[in-house]
Design a protein around this ligand. Sequence first.
Ligand code: GLU
Length: 511
Amino acid sequence: MTRPVRVRFAPSPTGPLHIGGVRTALYNFLFARQRGGKMILRIEDTDSQRFVPGAEEYILESLKWCGIEIDEGVGVGGPHAPYRQSERREIYLKYATQLVEAGWAYYAFDSAEELDALRKQYEAEGKTFAYNYEVRSELATSLKLPKEEVEERIARGDQWVIRFKMPENEMVKMHDLIRGDVEMNTSTLDDKVLYKSADQLPTYHLANIVDDHLMEISHVIRGEEWLPSLPLHYLLYRAFGWTDSQPEFAHLPLLLKPTGGGKLSKRDGDKMGFPVFPLFWKSPSTGETAHGYREDGYFPEAFINMLALLGWNPGTEQELFTMPELIEAFSLDRVSKSGARFQPDKAKWFNAQYLHRKSAEELAVIYQPILKAHGIEATDEVAGKAASIMKERATLIGDLWELTSFFFVAPTEYEEKQAKKYWKGDNPRILKEVREVLASIDDFSLENTEKIVHDWIQEKGYGMGQVMNTLRLALVGAGKGPGMYDVTAFIGKEECLKRIDHLFATLTPAE
Ligand code: GLU
C-alpha cells in the first residue's frame, strides 16, 4: 500500500520569509496537491535566541498572499496539534533520554567557556575543534563520568546537553529524490546537540525528526542547505527504530545571485533594486525595512509563476502557469540539481504578462485603491477603462498612476521640452481653430472625433504631427500618453476645451 502523502513546510520565525523559503513552501504545496496529500505548516521556534517577533505572522500572511493553502498546522489546527514546536516542548525530552538509554546519545556537561577555551587552544595549534569521536571520551560527559556523578550533577541542577554519539567511520548511504544516491562518512561529522537543559528545549535536529515522525510526514522537501544534516537525520531515524517509516527526502537547489555566484541575499536586492521578500517587512528591533513583492506592485500569481520556474522546468516551452496548471505539471524529477539564478527582469516580465491579460473589471479592482490614494473618486468603469488603455505599457501595478494620471488631473505645468517645440509659430493659432472644431462636435466618441478632426486637418493642409502634439501639450501637458483621441473621448468635450483654454491662459508662446 502506498503511504498517504503528507508534506510540511517548517520555517523558523527568525525574520521575514525569504523568497527561497516561499519557493520551498510552493513546491511542497504543489507536490501535496498533485498527489491528493496534505500540506502541513509547522513553526520551528525552538531557537529562542533567534526568535523574531512578528516573523510568524509574516510567514502566514505571505503564504496567504501567494495562495499556498495549509491543510494542517499553525493557524489551522489539525490532528497533530500543537504545530508550534515551542508548545510541544514536553514531548522532546522523553525522546532525547530514550536515545541516551539506548547508547545513541550522552549527557555532556561542558560549559560554554570550557568549549570556547578548547576551541582557542585548537586554533593556536592550527587545528579546528570538533566535538566528535576523537575527543568525546576526554570531556565531561556521561560516557566518561561514573553513573552516580552524572545523576548527581543532573539532580543538583548543573547545566547539561544531550549530544548524539556519531558513529566512527561508517558510510551512511542516503537517497535524495533530486540528487539520487548520496553517501557520507560519519567521521567527518560531529556530535550534534539534541537537547539543552538550559532552556529545556530540543535543537532543530531532534525536534524536526521527532515531529516529522509523529506528524507522519511522507516527504521532506526543503532547501539544499539542509543536505549536510541528512546523515544525522538518517542516523536519528535508525536510532529511534523508525527507519521503515522514515520520509523520503528532496533537497531543492539554492537561489543564486543575478550575477550567478553565491546565494541570493537581501543585499543583492538592495543593490539592484528588487525585493527578496514576498511582503514589506519592518524589523521590530532595528526598524530597518525591506521591500516586498506585494507592496512593490507585483501580482501574487506572477510572483508564484516566476518562483515555480526557478529551479524547476516543465520540459516544454510554456512559461505562464496558473496555480492549477502548476499543480498538474510539477514534478520533483524536473527540479534541477544546480542552483537557480534569480533574474529580476524576468520577475518584471512575468508581472507584465499578468497585467496585460487583466480585464477592465479586474483592473478596476486593482486600480481603485491607487486612485483613492491620490484623492480621485472614479466609477469602476472609468478606473478600469483608464487602466485598460495604458496597461500594455505598465509592468508593475504602481506604474498605472504615472501612465494615466492625466485622465483624472488636468495639467497645471507643461513639460519644457514639449512646450518649446510646439508652443510657438502657427501652432497657437491653429490650436484655437482646433478648439472651435472640437466645440462644434456633438458626438464626442473616439471614432467620430477622430474622423472630424482628421478630415479637417487634411482639408486645411496642416501638419498632422504639429497639430496633434500641440493638442497633446494642452491635454496631457507632456509628450506622453496614448492616442490623442483616447484622451479626448475619455475626458470629454468640456474638459478638453477647459484644458486648451488653460494653456492659452498660462503659457506664453515662444515666438
Ligand atoms: N526550520 C528549518 C528551516 O528553517 C526547517 C528545515 C527542514 O525543512 O527540515 O529551514
